[in-house]
Ligand binder design. Structure first.
Ligand code: SAM
Length: 276
């Protein structure tokens, strides 16, 4: 396919880079989407070879996102969603899930990949409560001061901040877990974080996966240990992963978070890599 030229706004032309894979497009390939190129499909195939089950993880993560957004909109009553590293539009996107539960919910999508804006435009054309911007989430000031952010996201109202399957894209030297605090800082109590992160307690498997992604030439972070992944929620109250609130409030395999009839699992023995 020929790469289209994009304009994110009047002054910022963005070229879609087809010379190397991107995480958004490879993830789309894992989910069975069509918004990807051969290099992206090659990366998806490679990570599935390195870690059989990665495709399943991607689907499990999407299902988790849907359950978590429903919980935030219904149980917590949140009406604004800041979805960072949102990915390419797929089924059950955040605005569809949130606005099904609460039609007045507002959603801002942020992604570094210009393909996301290109493909979300049509989907969002008639939705005044939802927008997508192309930005690097590490630049907190730019994200928070963008016109669409100021239009849709109010800092005097609790927010649902979403960092779903994202912080493993951020290298250690960019302080991925500080970003959680920097984004939540301006919002009042009652805000929530929806979070998942590629996780492993087997250092060699984590290292192999990370090396496989980085070898493709796309910028990335790394698979982290359960203890490292938990840094994101330090100082926050963790919601119980079961509906009856009886289970200890800890991070679990996201596939088991508030899933009817499924017991929460902290360290799944059958998965060398999972999403915490
Ligand atoms: N959050 C979605 C989900 O869970 O289904 C998509 C997850 S996908 C694995 C990670 C997304 O984060 C990709 O779309 C990628 O482009 C985006 N991303 C990676 N680094 C980013 C950055 N520095 N700023 C904004 N987005 C980023």
């Amino acid at each position: 396919r020929e790469a289209p030229r994009l304009m994110t706004d009047a002054s910022a032309p963005q070229q879609i880079d087809t010379s190397r894979p991107t995480i958004a497009r490879a993830y789309d390939a894992l989910l069975g989407g069509k918004d990807n190129f051969q290099l992206d499909r090659d990366l998806a195939t490679r990570v599935e070879e390195i870690n059989p089950g990665t495709t399943v993880l991607a689907h499990e993560n999407r299902a988790f996102l849907s359950r978590a957004v429903t919980y935030a909109a219904t149980t917590l009553g949140l009406r604004q969603f800041l979805d960072l590293g949102s990915g390419l539009p797929t089924v059950e996107n955040t605005h569809q899930v949130a606005q099904r539960a609460a039609p007045d919910a507002r959603v801002l999508y942020v992604d570094i990949d210009p393909m996301v804006l290109a493909h979300a435009r049509a989907l969002l054309a008639e939705n005044d409560h939802t927008a997508v911007i192309t930005a690097d989430l590490r630049d907190v000031e730019t994200v928070m001061s963008a016109d669409d952010t100021r239009r849709l996201v109010r800092t005097d109202e609790p927010v649902c901040l979403m960092l779903v399957s994202l912080l493993h894209c951020i290298p250690d030297h960019d302080n991925p877990f500080d970003l959680v605090r920097r984004y939540l800082e301006p919002f009042p109590s009652g805000s929530a974080l929806v979070y998942s992160h590629l996780c492993s307690d087997r250092p060699e498997r984590a290292q192999d996966f990370t090396a496989g992604v980085l070898a493709s030439g796309t910028p990335w972070g790394r698979v982290r240990s359960p203890e490292e992944c938990a840094q994101a929620v330090e100082g926050l109250r963790v919601v119980s992963p079961t509906e009856d609130d009886s289970y200890p409030a800890v991070l679990v395999d996201c596939d088991t978070w508030r899933r009817a009839g499924v017991a929460p699992v902290e360290r799944p023995g059958d998965k060398p890599i999972w999403e915490h």
